[in-house]
Every structure is written in structure tokens, then in C-alpha cells.
Design a protein around this ligand. Sequence first.
Ligand code: NDP
Length: 681
Amino acid sequence: MKIESYACGAWVAGVDEGVEVRNAINGESIGWVSSMGLDFADMLQHGRRKGGSALRQMTIHERANMLKALAKHLLEKKEIFYAISAKTGATRADGRVDIEGGIGTVFAYSGIARRELPNETFAVEGNIERLSARGSFLGRHILTPKHGISLHINAFNFPCWGMLEKIAPSLIAGVPVIVKPATVSCYLTEAMVREIIASGILPEGSLQLICGRTGDMFEHLNEQDSVTFTGSASTGRMLKSHPGIIANSISFNMEADSLNCSILGAGAGPGTAEFDLFVKGVAQEVTVKAGQKCTAIRRAIVPQEHVAAVIDALKERLDKAPVGDPCVEGVKMGSLVGLDQVEDVWEAVHQLADGSEIVHGGKREFEVVGADCDKGAFFPSTLLYCDKPFATDTPHSVEAFGPVSTIMPYANEDEAIELARMGRGSLVGSVVTADNEEATRMVLGMAAWHGRILVLNSDCARESTGHGSPLAPLVHGGPGRAGGGEELGGSRAIKHYMQRTAIQGSPDTLTAITRQFTTGATPKIGPVHPFRKTFDELEIGETLISHRRTVTEADIVNFGCISGDHFYAHFDEIAARDSLFGKRVAHGYFVISAAAGMFVDPAPGPVLANYGLENLRFVEPVGIGDTIQVRLTVKEKIWKARRPDEDRATGVVVWDVEVKNQNDETVAVYDILTLVERSDD
Ligand code: NDP
């Protein structure tokens, strides 16, 4: 069987025989992989022209909804993927991380995009920057999708998650993708891409797949393209320094191997909950995916007096995790991805053993349950102990990408921090301690070398997602040896595929471009109260100027009695005279309550609910006798898809509110969010 690529709208097999890929458990042939004969320049053009233009016509929320539909579809098909995943040596639990973890990441990105980004084809970022004295010249940043493709070169260990966690932010950004999985496990990625393409959920051209090598694709990349790479530091460096990448300043996000650490706190000796959590965490990171995880704990840093106890406890746990065919009942750890990887890991263990002592596993003879050790890519869980971790660099530089971890002692906190830093940049580190003072010192000491730090103790352990799980809203990536990139990280990952541009101009120009009302823009004042208009009838910039109201002492007294707020600045004449204001002033909350009373149109209408208030600032005090007036302006409209359980279609209208006094001074500014009925559905 030939594993195919999906290029320019068709499934294509390589024209030569290619490379054979085998079942990691029994060595049986799965198929042949080759990309020979693909026209890589055509693939790029197809993606840019067909996929890119289709995606750019959709709004960010439409793209996010499309991905939600895709995630639902893949979830329905998950058993297809589990069956294939077992051939990569993965247990059901390993497969869950890859398959359902990957699908969960797509769901998460869909939600992040709809919550944090506007329902436009582009995004507006940050505040309006005032660039002139009179306010007629302003600046603001926008983010638009790049008009290129994103090429994702992925590692072998997560054939599904590795693809999904990268395509989700790229497609939401509006940028089509070309996925190149690692050859050894590409058959699982191919199976998932077949389901994606067959579903018809993504526009043609937005997803293409290369099974095999990337040929001359790098020669044809241009300044609008992006590359992400996950794999070994050596390949990453080689690709990142390709002349085309350098000449065109092509964005290259790299995630390479890292020597992640976990530190046991000084007070977390045997018998404490944290000691058990530490041991459980290290053992888990050895056995999950047979240690083939970029986030696995390669270095366990332990107070010197607890080393013996940690080694004993780890051995006991690992003895309870039999290695073998993941389909056989009771097997807790599967195989490595292939026989070549087995030899790579043995080579790394030999290097590590020079300067460290093997204290568990590490022998070629070991028990394998339900499979033939010679045919499958099995490796025993292996622990080393390095008693002089400052005297040798090997455990801080050699990564055995399998079920292998090295324990090392520390004498004091500074040593623990120094050892963490000796990884020269890691994706993740963890500190297991109940002492928050110790945690603070350790985190601040090692943070500059880490992309993510987990502080684990009995307060959060039950709900903790653990050391090894990258999460969609949090940064995944690390400095230095870890590649210097950021793959995940909430909307940051989406913005990675977009171009940030500073736009300068007048308030009216910025309002027109950003489709958000910019203070200073010409208000649109009409005869109809804006609360009488539906979502689709309202226009950005539409404004109501309210009647005026003079604030009296009775207002302050009444509001104080209703709210129970008798703060001296409102009620104590003498103290108020000595206060910041020099007189009694109205409650700030009275001002915004009074403002609401001045701008609402009370009769039933299309405005259904007020569900929030943001960015509130009280700028000037309002005293007895001051007269206030309100400006209410449609600032932003966020169209919402109607859910099946909703009886009417709605959108969110963000109103810019400004309250001024009789001297034309602003006393309060804020945004209010209302749900407004749509008449177009
Ligand atoms: P590689 O760096 O060799 O491969 C990673 C990806 O790059 C694969 O898709 C590979 O494709 C591709 N690739 C390799 N050479 C080229 C090239 N010249 N042009 C374009 N693409 C290329 O890593 P391995 O998968 O062999 O793993 C080796 C080591 O990397 C592991 O032992 C581990 O140390 C580390 N690693 C780190 C991971 C992480 O998440 N940080 C994950 C996996 C591995 P192909 O398979 O076709 O060669």
C-alpha cells in the first residue's frame, strides 16, 4: 500500500517506491511513503490562491465555527484513528493525548477566537494611540492574514495532535496550511487528513498534506509564508538557515528537543503528599508515549537527602508498568515509534551512562508482554543517577527520546535553580512543593529558561493537567535549546500567522478601517433612539446625546441609602474637605447609574439585555450642583451565530459611553455590552 499525499485537490502517490513504514509493535509492513513527483511549487500556489482566498473571505468567527464543526466530525470518527494509532506503539491512553487531545485543542482554539477576536476578516489590537495634541491624528494596530501558506513540519510522536494544534490557529488566522508529518508515523496523519478532506468542511486548498520529503518546496517559499518546525534541534537549525528563509525573512517557529526538569522541594520528603506527587509525575513522564514527548521529564532534581527514597519509589512504580503490545490487557507502556528510534535511544543511554549510574532498566533483555521483543520497537523504562551533576554536561545536553530519566541531587536552593538552568532552555519545568515561598524563589530563578512552569502541590494536584501537557491557552515553546519558539498560547498563536500593521490617521479614518468607533470621530445623530433599532439597523458611530441632569445632595443621600455606601467622601462634610476632592462628591456608581437612566429608552424593544461593563474610568469627581450629560455611541458590533437552543438571533453591541460635566470635562468613560436582536435571521 502506498501512503499518499493530498496535493492541489487530489490524493497522489509518489512515483517511486519510497520508504517503507512498519508497525512499531510487530514490524509488519504498513506501506510505502514517497512524495516524489509532487509539484511543490504548484502546491504552494494552489494553497495561496485557492485556500487563502477562500479563507480570507470568511470572518474569524466563521473560520472558528468551521473548526468547531471539524472537531465534532473528527470526534465521531475517533475509533478509526485509535485503531491506527496502536500501530505507532501507542497505548489507548497515549492515543487519547494525541487524538482527543488534538481534537480538544481545535475546540479550544475555536472558543478562544470567538471570545477574544472580532467577527471580522481581520483583528484590531491594543488601544488607540493619541499622536497629536488635538486628537485629530491617532494610531492603532490591525492584524491581517498573511497571503501565503503555513508549512508545518511535524515530529513523529504526535501524528494527530502535532497537526491539529498547528492547523487550528493558522486556519483561524485565515492562512492555508501544508502539513508535512514525520515519515515514520505519517500513515496516521494521512488517515485523519482523509477524513478531514472527505468531510468537505474546509474550503479546497486550505489543507494539503505531504507524506514524504518536502522536495524543493523551500526554494519556492516567499515573504508571506510561514514555517513551523517540531523535531530535532539539528534539523531545525538546518532548515531555519535555508537561504530562502533568511533572504525573505520568512517567519520560522521552531520547537526542538529539551532537557526538561522537575524539582522536588526541600521540605517534600518521604511521607508528604508532594513527595508522592513528584514520584508519580516523573514515572508518568517516563511511561506516557514511552517517553517520546518533547515535554517529558529528562532530569529529576532531588534534595540530596531524599535521593535514595526517590529512586526506590520510582523503581516500585515503574515495575508496575509492564511494556508490551498496547492491545494486550494490562500493558501500561507501548513501544517506541520504530526500530531506528530504539537504536537512537540506546546510543543516548550509553552516552548518559558515562558519568551516571543506571539504577533501573537499561538492559537489552527485559520482559515484553504479548509481543516479540526483536520485531517490535520496545525499550525498557530506564533511570540513571548522576551524583555529580555539576561535573558533567551529559545529562544536561544529551536527550534520550524514550522512557529514560536521570535523577540528580542538589544541596541547596541555588543549586536546584542552577541545575534547572543548565538545560539551556526548556519547554517546561515543574517544582513540586507545598512551600509557596520556595516556589516563588525557584520560579523567578528559572523562568527565563522556561516556556512553562508547573508548581504542583496537594492543593491543585487533583485537577492539575500535569507536567507534560501543553494546553491551548498557554504558551508551548521555550527559549534556547527548546527552539526559541511559541506554538500555542491562546490568541498569540493565531496572531503568529498574521501581519501586525500600525495604522495612522484621523479618528474618522480609523473608525472606517477598524470598524470600531474611535473617540473623536464624527458622531451620527439621527431622529430614532438607538435602543429602538435592531442589530443590523445600527451603524458604527451612531450616537445619542442625552438630556442633562444636575446632581443634588438628595441624589447622594438616596444612593448612599440604597447601596449602603456611606463612605466619608460622600457623607462626611469635614473629612471630605480634607480629602483628595476637597468637597463631598457623588458616588462614581451613582454617576454611571444616573447615566443609564439618561440614555436608556425604557419600552420593550430590540435591546434584550445588558450583560457587561468594561474599561470603566472615573476621570473627574462629580460634586453637588454639577450637571452631567451622556454620549452613547455604537462602538463595535459582534455578529453571533444563532445556536439551536436560542429562540432569537442576536448580536453583541458594544457602546462607547462618555459622561461629561457642565465644563465639557469628561467625568467617566466606559464600554457597555448589550445583546441586541437581529432582524436578518
Ligand atoms: P527530525 O528533526 O529528523 O524530523 C522532524 C521533522 O523534520 C520530520 O517531519 C522530518 O521528516 C522532517 N525533516 C527532516 N529532515 C528534513 C529536511 N531536510 N527537509 C524537510 N523536512 C525534514 O527528528 P526525528 O523525527 O528523527 O526525531 C529525532 C529527535 O528529535 C528525537 O530523537 C528527539 O530528540 C527530537 N524530537 C523532538 C520533538 C519535539 O517535540 N520537540 C519531537 C520529536 C522528536 P522525515 O520524518 O520525513 O525525515
